[in-house]
Design a protein around this ligand. Structure first.
Ligand SMILES: Cc1ncc(COP(=O)(O)O)c(C=O)c1O
Length: 387
């Protein structure tokens, strides 16, 4: 069976390094906000080309804390509206709700699954204060168009990059940075030094185990270039405190764990090479899967996509899923029920987002991860083409 995601296999190359770290960890006896978290924050900020990285408990908290920090700074107020994609994992929407803000859903493009910038302006009201683009499945949203809209209407942008570690606007990369990325699997490289507006917005990352950069438990981070925002975020994640037992603001407990940070420090060195590997498999899928019953996404293979997932569409998903399983291929559905149809959001259940609903009815994720063998990729393509 070709598993959709075999985390044991994915983490096997790092096992010895993990065990050595664990030994050091037990010897040192420092568990919360220590050197490993500091080191990871430095490493990940450098990798993303941002000034600050704030390690937090998970990706959902990363999003909530950004919103709360903007409220703390007076840049958002409770009840403000935030534009969010209707087609996303529910966490994006929950974050808006949990910060006492109002999510306003916008349809995606069927071809890319990401928010359609052409649909945003119709949803803007006097209460709209921010846009939350979600870089779904690892592909950056159309940020040029979104930036334009935000500028015109004076809106904040907060990016949900939970699935997009390492994605960047390749067209805006300098030749030198593209060349230096060629061998970056052995050393960390700063990937976003170009003056792209992309790096200006705060971004929320999740290091949930199955992500491109996955911890061995829950973990998350926020990156930002904004000193003032970073200052508030460092406090918010730690009881609103900078100095122990002195609480400046009302905070939460959402700190990146020292042990998870140590694992992430080990894995971050390999992220760029793993993303390149994912891109090469995606390239093969996009060029070699040929079947009228299967619609491939219209994705480009630039560095603006890190292929967290490879998501195809078909009108009879259950049949295709079963067929693949019978042929030794495990698949998953990201996601089977759109947020507005979830029981948890019952007020929205009667709303209609036809493109989002079509996507949720038809999508199927086929295996794409760093442990996949060439023979397995070939087998998946052969079986799909025979369907
Ligand atoms: C798009 C998106 N946003 C936010 C999150 C939340 O991250 P976490 O599970 O680490 O809280 C996820 C996680 O799966 C996600 O896929």
């Amino acid at each position: 069976m070709i598993h959709f995601l075999n985390l044991k296999k994915i983490n096997q190359p790092f096992e010895v390094a993990f065990q050595n770290k664990m030994k050091q960890f037990l010897e040192e006896g420092w568990y919360i906000l220590g050197n490993e978290v500091k080191q990871f924050e430095t490493n990940f900020a450098h990798y993303c080309g941002t000034k600050h990285c704030i390690g937090v408990g998970n990706g959902l908290d990363a999003l909530i804390l950004i919103f709360k920090a903007y409220i703390q700074l007076g840049k958002l107020q409770k009840g403000d509206e935030v534009i969010v994609p209707a087609n996303t994992y529910i966490a994006s929407i929950l974050a808006v709700l949990q910060a006492d803000l109002v999510p306003v859903l916008v349809e995606p493009r069927l071809e890319t699954y990401n928010i359609n910038p052409n649909e945003i302006e119709a949803k803007i009201t006097s209460k709209t204060k921010a846009i939350l683009p979600v870089h779904l499945y690892g592909q950056l949203c159309e940020m040029d168009a979104i930036n334009e809209i935000a500028k015109k209407h004076n809106l904040l942008i907060i990016e949900d990059a939970a699935q997009a570690h390492g994605a960047r606007f390749s067209v805006q990369c300098s030749v030198e940075s593209v060349q230096s990325n060629a061998d970056c699997h052995t050393e960390l490289v700063s990937v976003s030094q170009h003056p792209s507006s992309f790096t200006q917005h705060p971004k929320a990352y999740s290091f949930y185990p199955g992500k491109n950069l996955g911890a061995l438990g829950d973990a998350g981070a926020i990156t930002t270039n904004d000193d003032e925002l970073a200052e508030v975020l460092y406090q918010l994640r730690n009881y609103g405190s900078k100095v122990k037992y002195e609480n400046e603001i009302i905070g939460v407990n959402s700190r990146l764990d020292e042990l998870q940070a140590s694992f992430l420090n080990i894995k971050l060195k390999h992220l760029e090479a793993e993303n390149d590997f994912r891109r090469s498999v995606a390239k093969q899928y996009l060029s070699e899967i040929k079947n009228d019953k299967i619609t491939l996404p219209s994705w480009d293979l630039s560095k603006n996509h890190v292929f967290h997932l490879f998501v195809i569409r078909t009108s009879n998903r259950t049949e295709l899923k079963n067929y693949l399983y019978e042929n030794g291929i495990e698949t998953m559905i990201h996601y089977p029920i759109p947020p507005h149809k979830q029981n948890a959001l019952s007020d929205w259940n009667t709303l209609s987002f036809p493109i989002t609903e079509k996507i949720h009815d038809e999508v199927l994720s086929i295996p794409l991860n760093s442990a996949l063998k060439t023979s397995e990729v070939d087998h998946i393509i052969t079986i799909l083409n025979k369907y």
